[in-house]
Design a protein around this ligand. Structure first.
Ligand code: AOS
Ligand code: ZN
Ligand code: ZN
Length: 385
């Protein structure tokens, strides 16, 4: 048990700056009280999540949603709050110029503009000390014949290679895939195989990021995780949960058993721990629930799934598998999943000087009452901003 506690103490979950701003669907963005008015206030809210959970020390930024004049100053502000800048997320999907794509656009001038933005994001990594660039492309086509599928792959490869060459020592990029939306016919990076092939060709600084909401229903995500880890190409996760498409709901809300299965493969494949290089990021929007508690709950859900994954009796499982004991092997996994790890995590927090119950402690802290009165005119997280 002390091994498990030691491993849990090392956990590091990254929260996204856009989770703290107002968000919604294309039908309606519901404004909430006290939401951040600038990137500095987003970091302050993220610092609350870390203060109450002890395992969320990093915050992903999104450019240009988190554009500031002085990125060094923003990074200093983060460290004064007890957090640091995590992945820099690029945005080549919000300009009119990108109607037919960004780096895969048939127009070379648009491709140049998109590439310049990606290179600017690497400059921001230099200024903030971030080691990770996260690339998601909305590029694709809506109709058969609209553009040349092969040529678009060539343009994508060319852009990725230029970004790769710009990366400095200790920096990497993570390529994100998504099976559809906003493109409805061809998506240029639709699946892990496409992302993997591009990354493999480039080298060790290019890895794949698995957003858990980006697969067709029924896809076995833990298989993808096991495969990528085995190949040294799993760079991290964008955790969230979904019932239908890319819902961006709280991780572990829709299917905690799937989250456990994923975390088991992470642990099994050596993807857990500070040296693994696997980043555990959240990519979520809290459209109707309060944002800081939504992040705290999500972080706790990842922690619970991790604790259960660490509890799996590896020796018993290996013995049952070697003996061909189908039901015995399944029982070993289910025993861990069915364990109530909440008392263990409460104890762990107490040992770290934290409250046993982060949700209740945040609610009591008075932070929400403070931001609700201090902040007027909070900004939208991003979509349609
Ligand atoms: C989009 O569907 C992806 O999940 C990206 O990670 C996106 O960049 C993120 O949601 C915020 O921009
Ligand atoms: Zn994502
Ligand atoms: Zn997404």
């Amino acid at each position: 048990m002390s091994d498990i506690k030691a491993a849990l103490r090392q956990q590091s979950i990254e929260t996204p700056s856009w989770a703290y701003g107002n968000s919604g669907t294309r039908f309606k963005v519901f404004a909430q009280e006290g939401v951040p008015r600038d990137p500095y206030e987003k970091l302050a809210d993220a610092a609350q999540v870390h203060a109450f959970t002890g395992v969320a020390p990093r915050v992903s930024l999104h450019i240009p949603w988190d554009k500031v004049d002085d990125y060094g100053d923003l990074a200093r502000h983060a460290s004064e709050l007890g957090v640091r800048i995590g992945a820099i997320n690029s945005n080549v999907f919000q300009d009119d110029d990108y109607r037919l794509g960004s780096v895969t656009n048939p127009d070379p001038a648009v491709r140049r503009k998109a590439l310049d933005h990606l290179l600017e994001c690497v400059d921001i990594m230099d200024l903030t000390g971030s080691d990770t660039l996260k690339l998601w492309f909305s590029d694709g086509t809506n109709y058969p014949g609209q553009d040349d599928i092969r040529a678009r792959q060539d343009r994508l490869a060319e852009a990725l290679s230029a970004v790769y060459d710009r990366l400095g020592e200790g920096q990497r990029f993570l390529l994100e895939y998504k099976f559809f939306e906003p493109a409805f016919y061809v998506t240029d990076v639709p699946d892990w195989g496409t992302a993997y092939a591009h990354c493999l060709r480039l080298g060790p600084k290019a890895q794949v990021v698995v957003d858990t909401g980006h697969h067709a229903p029924g896809t076995n995500i833990e298989f993808i995780v096991a495969f990528l880890l085995r190949e040294g190409k799993l760079g991290g996760f964008d955790f969230n949960s979904r019932f239908y498409a890319d819902d961006d709901l709280m991780v572990g809300a829709a299917d905690p058993f799937q989250l456990f299965r994923i975390m088991y493969e992470v642990v099994r494949g050596g993807g857990y721990g500070p040296d693994s290089g696997v980043a555990f990021m959240l990519d979520q929007c809290h459209n109707i629930e309060p944002k800081i508690p939504g992040q705290i709950r999500s972080v706790m859900n990842v922690q619970e799934a991790t604790a259960k994954a660490l509890l799996v009796d590896g020796d018993a499982l290996a013995a049952a598998q070697a003996a061909g004991d189908v039901l015995g092997a399944n029982a070993v996994l289910m025993d861990a999943y069915n364990t109530d790890v909440r008392p263990l995590l409460a104890e762990l927090r107490e040992e770290q000087g934290l409250d046993r119950d982060p949700m209740a402690a945040y609610a009591r802290s008075g932070y929400f009452e403070k931001i609700r009165t201090e902040r007027v005119g909070g900004r939208q997280a991003g979509w349609g901003a």
